[in-house]
Design a protein. Sequence first.
Length: 270
Amino acid sequence: MEVQARGVAKVFPNRRRGDVEAIAHVDMDVAPGEFVSILGPSGCGKSTFLYIVGGFVEATGGSVSVGGTPITGPGPERGIVFQEFALFPWKTVHGNITYGLAEQGLSRREQQERAEHYIHMVGLQGMERLYPKELSGGMKQRVAIARTLATDPDVLLMDEPLGALDAQTRAEMQTELSSIWERTGKTVLFVTHAVEEALFFSDRVVVFSQRPARIKSVVDVEIPRPRDRKGILRDPRFAELHHHLWDLLHETRPSTQTGAATAEAPVDGG
Ligand SMILES: Nc1ncnc2c1ncn2[C@@H]1O[C@H](COP(=O)(O)OP(=O)(O)OP(=O)(O)O)[C@@H](O)[C@H]1O
């Protein structure tokens, strides 16, 4: 399913401290099956944009349609992985993953099979009966990813879904997510701080300006697929695109801030 954003704007009203203009104007088209990453400086409005597409935050200007239908709220064709996991604390790992499946009307047996499949995929075997408070940040993030994948949405919206993972799990999940995407042809909108990660996954990288967000640049990633994490680092196109994106991001930083490397994470997150 395609995602189409037209003139999306967002102002958060705040009487005491003044309104916060998070997004000035964003037009975006994501084709069916395309993997698009959004890169931008911290606090520029990336998550807000993703949550607007998810239907969890209402835009104050413009519109978003998914599969040609204007969105009015969340919907089953869009699955979102929130930055802060948003797990149900009173449900186990298994319960968190099957919750959305029960909502979709799957039989107990189908729920069980789906849950087992995704629990295995994200490496949470043996932890099915644990509660979120008993899990590390990385494990919680894996539950959040499994929960969203299990509902099989056409459009995946992911807000730094690998950010809290340790280097090894991050590398495994990068490979896994990439192959899930190649197998299923889902449309993905992926927010990340990591240039390498964006290049590894994406067909296109959309660079946001400083807040209020506008589109500063759209970069096509013409690196052949399937991409392997090590091989891509040796591809001259990767180095060239990396420099280009780095420069674009660096320009968006205020002059008082230096050290763009702090926002970086290598392709394997380590
Ligand atoms: N619910 C809200 N109420 C008021 N202001 C908000 C709200 N949500 C976000 N903001 C503000 O909107 C701006 C954009 O925030 P957002 O989380 O979208 O940025 P981001 O680019 O995703 O940041 P990061 O990369 O640090 O996650 C920030 O100034 C933030 O403080």
